[in-house]
Design a protein around this ligand. Structure first.
Ligand code: SAM
Length: 289
């Protein structure tokens, strides 16, 4: 099968199958072989690896993955792409195509069935409308992962790797940095896709920590605290936490805890580091009723 990482071969497949791009599924197919090579190289694949690809599209990146990895499981929501994938990937016996919604399928089960529960590598040019829920699903449901190498909207990649005090810093930054080390791999202009998206993109690699960098007594509670802290961005942290309703704490407990930590009652969530959120959640968790 011809390499799909260029405009000519992609346009030919699209025309041959009379495929209609669906905006609602975030369909922008990669047509740049240099970017594809860069993604594959940064995922550091070996024949020992099982790769989970989210949204294979017409199978462009899947071909590259199948060449380097031992096995590839590609989960695609759009049933109209399945016959195309069966054609473009027909020469790769190490690829399994699944017609599923990645947010509904049991990813842990896929990893169990295809890799005996050992950590997989996720590599994907993500559908941008669900970048955050996909990342949260992978991390929060504790899918065994080595790394996640993904193309995302530039602004999302920035959010994943910034620290406190910037306007991009928020719940996504903290969630990603609790579970993984983020590294920007490449900036990718809109001209590398068909059709062209309205935004620029970035390839980012998230390497899963064996153990989170902070000690947290109740992980679910940490994330509830983080969400509450950024829910009302323009309000103080104390207000966000008191108003959340699901943390089991009142204003007095919150203010007392901030004081114990040497923080102002007027501080905002965006000023706290991951270490401070961990301490805040451990302390509040101990007081909650
Ligand atoms: N991997 C291809 C490439 O790089 O050319 C296509 C990437 S395109 C940005 C995103 C792909 O994700 C599309 O094929 C789209 O149909 C698929 N997709 C969108 N939502 C999905 C979901 N909930 N579950 C699985 N796949 C999804």
């Amino acid at each position: 099968m011809a390499d799909l990482g260029n405009l000519k071969n992609t346009a030919e497949i699209v025309r041959k199958h009379q495929f209609n791009f669906q905006k609602k599924f975030g369909q922008n197919f990669l047509i740049d072989s240099n970017i594809l090579d860069k993604i594959i190289e940064s995922a550091k694949l070996t024949k020992e690896d099982c790769v989970l690809e989210i949204g294979p599209g017409i199978g462009t990146m899947t071909q590259y993955l199948a060449e380097e990895a031992g096995e590839v499981v590609a989960v695609e929501i759009d049933k109209n792409l399945i016959p195309i994938l069966e054609e473009t990937l027909s020469t790769y016996p190490n690829v399994t195509i699944m017609n599923e919604d990645i947010l509904k399928v049991d990813i842990n089960r896929i990893v169990q069935e295809h890799n005996g529960g050992r950590p997989v590598k996720v590599v994907a040019n993500l559908p941008y409308y669900i970048t955050t829920p996909i990342i949260m699903a992978l991390f929060e449901s504790h899918v065994p992962l080595q790394s996640v190498t993904i193309m995302v909207q530039k602004e999302m990649a920035d959010r994943m790797q910034v620290g406190p005090g910037t306007k991009e810093y928020g719940a996504l930054s903290l969630a990603v940095q609790y579970y993984a080390k983020p590294e920007i791999i490449a900036r990718v202009p809109a001209s590398c896709f068909m059709p062209r998206p309205n935004v620029d993109s970035t390839v980012i690699r998230l390497t899963r920590y064996e153990k989170p960098p902070v000690d947290v007594e109740d992980e679910a509670y940490l994330f509830a605290v983080i969400r509450a802290s950024f829910n009302q961005r323009r309000k103080t942290l104390a207000n966000g936490l008191t108003n959340a309703g699901n943390l089991g704490v009142n204003r007095q407990m919150v203010e007392e805890t901030l004081e114990e930590m040497g923080l102002s009652a007027m501080i905002r969530g965006e000023a706290l580091t991951l270490e401070q959120f961990a301490e805040l959640s451990n302390r509040l968790g101990g007081k909650r009723v």
